[in-house]
Design a protein. Structure first.
Length: 514
């Protein structure tokens, strides 16, 4: 799985892991923070939440344009600095008045713009590592590894957000609302780690930063990064049209997928059982999930290792992980379940299932039957529709969401039911299958198909599509409490199915440029 990959991949992936850990720590509690700290309605909180996500994924378009001119590496570094300023501002507890709200919005703008300079350009650099013919056949696998690294950071984020908030409340005596800011401060520390990794291992990917290539071009030299063959106007047009068709489809995937931080979190908060016991309780301890990940990877190593020593080490790792899980099991034990913790399951599944998906597609590729990237994206849309069909089925008969006035005069959500946590755990599993089919493959497709002169802008286009989808996340907040729950989930199921049908209808045109 990891063999034969360029060294720069691992450095860039780890740098991204640090940044994503901070981002998802903040995001895990952000929607609940908006409602608790400012007394916002679900719809208004959803509007701010979705607008923030939109900016995070819209600004990479401008970040890509700037990088095409000034270099990818320079924009990545600048983005980290701007993001740090935004997270630092967000971590200051200022209360819940209008001034605090304005400062919070300014912080979100900085985070969004900084992410726009960082995220897309880092991924372009990853893609450019595979322009070398020696690595060209490993592009999809490389992006799967890169995507897995993102989710390692996201895996620990919900637990970190909850534990740090509880520590601020219990140990430091901060109010519940002010304690949220300590979760936001984690992002500042994670960015310091991210930039440290970037510069310590910079030598492994400096050749794809873009800066030196432009300097050489200015001196009349031919840079390797700029040595890619020119495309005809017609071929350039075909590629851009194909990319735009893919962008149009993924809008609706992200609209549905990113309900994990909004309406699915509302459901976890108001309709899901707030405690678990036995085996189910073990799912809510992130270290148990880490043990399962070790078992999955050690099993692959056990069967793939070519030496007795390698197989022995893998067997020992499996044994230790199983012993750890056995000691963790408490048949009588009960744990409390906090709504944000459900967001750990998606990154857990991504990390655990990435080697599985790579093995499946590797076996299909060996037989000449691996689906194209556009076909994988279409399948991902169908899988996402199945996830929301499960939510709709599990929500039949549940009451409408409700709220009551708290002692501070702000509306407080009422816990309406105790649906088994297994529903959301299962839905996140299905959504993750869809994500693995769509997101890393989509990024790989963009990096491969984008015309050389417009790589930064085209990767920015992918994020613009994601941004539009994230803006449409607000639909979940607008539907919450206004229609029956099953109908709310059916909306997302429907748009995913329509997008899948459109994708299949355009398949010949899309596969022509692969």
């Amino acid at each position: 799985m990891f063999e034969g990959q360029p060294k720069g991949l691992f450095a860039l992936a780890l740098a991204n892991t640090g940044e994503r850990f901070g981002y998802y720590t903040m995001l895990a509690v952000f929607a609940l923070f908006l409602r608790a700290n400012y007394g916002l309605s679900p719809a208004l909180a959803g509007t701010i939440y979705s607008a923030f996500l939109m900016f995070v994924y819209f600004f990479p378009l401008f970040g890509g344009m700037l990088a095409d001119k000034f270099g990818f590496g320079r924009m990545v570094t600048t983005g980290i600095i701007i993001m740090f300023a935004g997270y630092l501002l967000l971590s200051v507890p200022l209360g819940g008045d209008s001034v605090a709200l304005i400062v919070m919005l300014a912080a979100l703008l900085l985070i969004g713009f900084g992410t726009g300079l960082f995220k897309g350009n880092l991924q372009v650099m990853v893609g450019d590592l595979y322009n070398d013919p020696k690595y060209s056949g490993k592009r999809d696998a490389g992006f799967s590894i890169f995507y897995m690294a993102i989710n390692i950071g996201a895996l620990f984020a919900p637990t970190a957000a909850i534990k740090i908030k509880e520590w601020a409340e219990v140990s430091l005596g901060y109010s519940s609302n002010d304690a949220y800011h300590f979760s936001f401060a984690v992002a500042c520390a994670s960015l310091i780690l991210s930039i440290a990794i970037y510069y310590v291992f910079r030598s492994t990917f400096r050749h794809v930063e873009g800066n030196q290539g432009r300097a050489n071009a200015a001196n009349g030299q031919t840079a390797k990064a700029d040595a890619e063959p020119e495309l005809s106007k017609e071929e350039t047009k075909q590629r851009i049209v194909a990319l735009c068709l893919v962008y149009a489809v993924v809008i609706f995937f992200w609209m549905a997928f990113h309900q994990n931080g909004l309406s699915l979190t509302y459901f976890a908060d108001e309709f899901t059982a707030q405690s678990a016991e036995g085996l189910q309780a073990m799912c809510f301890d992130v270290w148990n999930l880490v043990a399962v990940i070790f078992i999955v990877y050690a099993l692959f190593s056990l069967f793939q290792s070519k030496t007795g020593k390698g197989k022995a080490v893998s067997a020992v790792v499996i044994g230790i992980a199983l012993c750890f899980l056995f000691l963790q099991y408490d048949a009588e034990g009960t744990v409390s379940v906090s709504a944000p913790i459900f967001q750990q399951f998606n990154p857990f599944y991504v990390v655990a299932l990435t080697p599985v998906s790579m093995a499946i597609f590797g076996a299909l590729a060996a037989k000449g039957k691996e689906p194209s990237a556009p076909r994988k994206i279409a399948y991902g849309m169908i899988v996402a529709a199945v996830a929301y069909a499960l939510m709709a089925f599990g929500s039949f008969g549940l009451p409408m969401p409700a709220s009551e006035m708290g002692p501070d005069g702000n509306p407080v959500a009422v816990h309406m039911a105790d649906v088994t946590p297994n529903l959301l755990i299962g839905v996140y599993l299905v959504l993750t299958f869809g994500e693995l089919l769509l997101s890393p493959m989509g990024i790989s497709f963009v990096s491969k198909v984008a015309p050389p002169k417009y790589k930064g802008m085209m990767m920015g286009g992918w994020f613009v599509a994601t941004a539009i989808g994230n803006q449409l996340v607000v639909v979940g907040g607008l539907l919450w409490g206004t229609v029956p729950l099953w109908l709310c989930w059916s909306v997302f199921m429907g748009v995913c199915l329509v997008a899948a049908v459109f994708m299949f209808a355009m398949m010949k045109r899309l596969e022509k440029v692969c």
